[in-house]
Write a protein that binds this ligand. Structure first.
Ligand code: AMP
Length: 443
């Protein structure tokens, strides 16, 4: 597969309360290199509209050594969220960035922090709070990759790693700490000599997810301990919960939005199969058989289904690996690695496990179970070139709601029933084997 990372950068819609207009990386590339980024006046809501997108990171005002690191990583053109937020972040203004995983949001906050750090180095300069250990690990890798040429030290404070060895490294004073809320508070309260009194930058990454995971009270405690600093808050959506968190953590923030429309990319091909519930497994196997060898993610609603489908697929000779919330962190990362490196081409995932992880773009996304809301649907299918949803007689209402949110009817794929049913016997055997293994798992 060709560079999956690059495919994940979507064109984004830059919007304010009053205007909606499109900007793409291609369009940005047509501007002259000397053309500065022009921001229109801030409106009453504190949102800026960007006039023209810059062509390079240099145009954005980023230090040369960091620009070089960007090019080394293949970041030649800033993504929409980077083009919009970096010039503002460099002014040390508080920022709210509405952008989701895949938009390039991590570099959008890591680059300005590194830029400030190089200009004024100090220990415990910045803190990045992530909702999950996996996301924290990915963010820390981005920090290290972008900071490779400027000798920064970062430290990861997450569950699953040893508290004592973390405390020892903290004593050596990293420049940037990437942490999950629970473990961070634990260290702030219990690790002698660890204080963030000198902190200059705070990032709340995936704030919607932080609050969905009920980290609100822990965040309140952390925010009370932190000194006055520059704060960037990034979130895929702006929820009521986030709005109520804002006064405690940001001062006079500027809002930037790279994805308020939340529409799927136009090149994505989306269709559905309307099928009887009892034959769901058989239709899945038929579909996978038709597309043998493609890299696919199959979404299920529950952990149980995720495990059952993975086992059933393996019994049928497919190369499948499950990813769900009951797996330990290292098991999740291992599963993702096997998938990313191609030793397994089918990833069976629940939404909770998949969200926030850097899952590569794939050929095919199958909604084995429909998601409960259109936002999750868009999130899921955004990862693939082709998306197929299995819609049964019990899913009609939710399916109509998803279509209504997308603003159009999707194509129904018609299959020859006899051809599909040819798989019934083998699927039946694999189903029974899966049930037996599941029973052993639970006993
Ligand atoms: P993120 O939204 O931060 O999770 O980034 C999604 C993916 O985009 C990551 O794999 C990054 O390595 C990649 N990426 C970030 N910025 C750029 C850029 N300017 N050009 C190309 N790829 C990028």
């Amino acid at each position: 597969m060709s560079s999956p990372k690059r495919q994940r950068i979507h064109d984004a819609t830059i919007s304010t309360e009053h205007s909606h207009r499109s900007s793409s990386l291609n369009r940005a590339a047509t501007l002259s290199e000397s053309e500065p980024v022009q921001l229109s006046p801030q409106d009453q809501n504190g949102q800026f509209a960007i006039k023209d997108s810059p062509k390079t990171f240099r145009d954005l005002g980023i230090l040369e050594s960091l620009c070089e690191a960007c090019y080394t990583l293949g970041y030649t053109t800033p993504t929409a969220i980077q083009a919009q937020s970096i010039p503002i972040a460099l002014q040390e203004r508080d920022l709210i960035g509405i952008a989701e995983t895949g938009s390039g949001k991590t570099a959008a906050f890591v680059l300005p922090i590194l830029h400030a750090l190089v200009n004024q180095p100090q220990p415990l300069h910045s803190l990045i709070i992530s909702p999950t250990p996996e996301l924290a690990q990915q963010t820390s890798k981005v920090v290290e990759a972008l900071g490779a040429l400027v000798s920064i030290r970062s430290e990861l404070l997450i569950e699953g790693l040893d508290m004592v060895s973390q405390a020892i490294v903290l004593g050596e004073k990293a420049h940037i700490v990437v942490a999950t809320p629970g473990r961070l508070l634990d260290h702030l309260e219990n690790t002698q000599g660890f204080s963030l009194r000198q902190l200059k930058y705070l990032v709340l990454d995936e704030a919607d997810r932080l609050l969905d995971l009920d980290y609100g009270p822990i965040l309140d405690k952390i925010l009370k301990i932190l000194p006055k600093r520059t704060t960037y808050l990034f979130s895929a959506t702006m929820t009521g919960k986030i709005e109520s968190l804002l006064p405690a953590c940001l001062s006079n923030p500027i809002r930037i939005s790279a994805s308020t429309e939340r529409k799927t990319v136009p090149t994505l091909s989306q269709s559905y199969l309307f099928i009887p519930y009892v034959h769901k497994d058989t239709y899945l196997i038929h579909t996978l058989n038709e597309r043998a060898g493609e890299m696919a993610i199959i979404f299920t609603r529950t952990i149980n289904e995720c495990q059952r489908i993975s086992i059933m697929l393996r019994h049928l000779g497919f190369s499948a690996i499950p990813l769900h919330g009951k797996l330990s962190q290292s098991e999740k990362l291992e599963a993702l690695n096997e998938f990313r490196l191609g030793s397994r081409n089918l990833l069976i995932a629940t939404d909770v496990a998949a969200r926030g992880l850097d899952i590569p773009s794939v050929d095919l996304v199958i909604n084995f179970d429909l998601p409960q809301d259109s936002k999750t649907y868009i999130h899921r299918v955004g990862r693939g070139g082709i998306a197929i949803s299995l819609v049964t007689q019990y899913d009609l209402e939710i399916w109509l709601r998803i279509e209504a949110a997308l603003g159009r009817k999707l194509t129904e794929e018609k299959l020859v029933k006899e051809e599909v049913m040819g798989f019934t016997h083998r699927v039946g055997l694999a189903q029974r084997a899966a049930v037996r293994e599941m029973k052993d798992l639970h006993d």
